[in-house]
Each structure stands twice: as structure tokens, then as C-alpha cells.
Ligand binder design. Structure first.
Ligand SMILES: [Zn+2]
Length: 196
């Protein structure tokens, strides 16, 4: 086998998936720290406006003490398909093609969004940041994490509004009422990261 072919095979075997934040190594899944109720698939109790549902992502703790601008990254190369910018539920949805399979990721409770819908991103470009101290004081410290989802199916199309002109899609975050729904729509983010 000549060198060029060997190099091409080596490159193609490398995974292009990274942790969506930087705990020192973006390939080390064991560095992910979740909040107390941050696990995927945890049953969440009903709240006044939200019926009981399964947690469709993971709640990732801030990796250090940076309460100004701790960056959030895309998990892999892809295209931003939706952006919501209002308050503590600000989010981004990115569409990816990974091993010839379409996958979508959602990043929520983020702030300082740096990308727009339609933009192509790479995993090395910061797309937003964790909320800073001021934002947490305003919205509540229960948002001191970022919520990360990996979707198996295309998110639901939305009609954008004047307030959120680039919010074109919604995930299935609050509508997974049983485990069949959960696994129909979602991957376990930790398992997905481990297997890529
Ligand atoms: Zn969450």
C-alpha cells in the first residue's frame, strides 16, 4: 500500500465528533460533568406549564470557574438551521452528516450567540457561551449549565416570529412522555459521543 492511500485511510477513520465544550480535551468523554438532574432519560416532574416528561438531553456543568465567557462549540461540522435568542431558553440547532447519517444537535440555555441560521460551522469555532454571572443573576442559577441534545430525526418546522426571525425549528424537548418517544427522537448524547 502506498503512503498516500494509507494516509487517506487513516484520515477517514478519524472521528470528526468532539465534546461541545472544552474541559481540557475535547475528545475525552469522561470529562463531562452533569448537574444533579442532568442525565439523559431522567423522568422530569410536571411543572405548572409543562407536563411530566423525559429529559431529552444532558445538562453539562461549566468545566471551570469562567463565569464571563466559557465557550460552547459545535459537536461536529454542520449547518446552523435554527437560532432562538430570547432569554434563558436561547438555543441553536445544527444539522450534521456523520458517517453518512443525518444527525441534529441542540444547544440550549446558551448566550452570546456568534452564528446565524444558514451558516456552516466547524467543531473548532465557538458558537456561543455558557451564561455569564449577570445573566444567571437575572434568569436564575438553575440555568448554570448548558443543555445538549443529539436528535435522530429532523426537528419540527416552526414559523419564525418577529421576535425570533431565525427560529425555524423546535426540538422534541418537552414532548417525550414515554421511553419509546425518547429513543425514537433522540440518541443518548454521552453514548453518541463515546461511540464516535
Ligand atoms: Zn436539560
Amino acid at each position: 500500500m502506498n503512503c498516500i492511500l494509507a494516509c487517506l485511510i487513516a484520515v477517514s477513520l478519524q472521528s470528526n465528533v468532539y465534546l461541545p465544550f472544552d474541559p481540557g480535551s475535547r475528545r475525552d468523554v469522561s470529562k463531562i460533568r452533569l448537574t444533579e438532574i442532568g442525565e439523559f432519560g431522567l423522568k422530569r416532574k410536571a411543572r405548572p406549564t409543562v407536563p411530566a416528561h423525559y429529559h431529552t438531553g444532558i445538562d453539562i456543568r461549566r468545566p471551570g470557574g469562567n463565569y464571563d465567557a466559557e465557550p460552547v462549540f459545535a459537536m461536529a461540522a454542520g449547518k446552523v438551521i435554527s437560532k432562538r435568542t430570547d432569554g434563558p431558553y436561547a438555543n441553536l440547532i445544527i444539522e450534521h452528516l456523520i458517517d453518512r447519517v443525518k444527525v441534529w444537535t441542540l444547544y440550549e440555555h446558551i448566550a452570546g450567540i456568534l452564528v446565524n441560521a444558514g451558516e456552516i460551522v466547524t467543531p473548532s469555532t465557538p458558537i456561543a457561551r455558557f451564561m455569564n454571572r449577570d445573566e444567571l443573576n437575572r434568569y436564575g442559577w438553575q440555568f448554570d449549565h448548558f443543555h445538549f441534545e443529539v436528535l435522530r430525526v429532523q426537528p419540527l418546522k416552526l414559523q419564525p416570529t418577529a421576535k425570533n426571525p431565525e427560529r425555524f425549528f423546535n426540538a422534541y424537548s418537552l414532548v417525550c412522555y414515554n421511553l419509546d418517544d425518547l429513543y425514537r427522537y433522540y440518541y443518548s448524547p454521552v453514548k453518541f459521543l463515546e461511540s464516535h
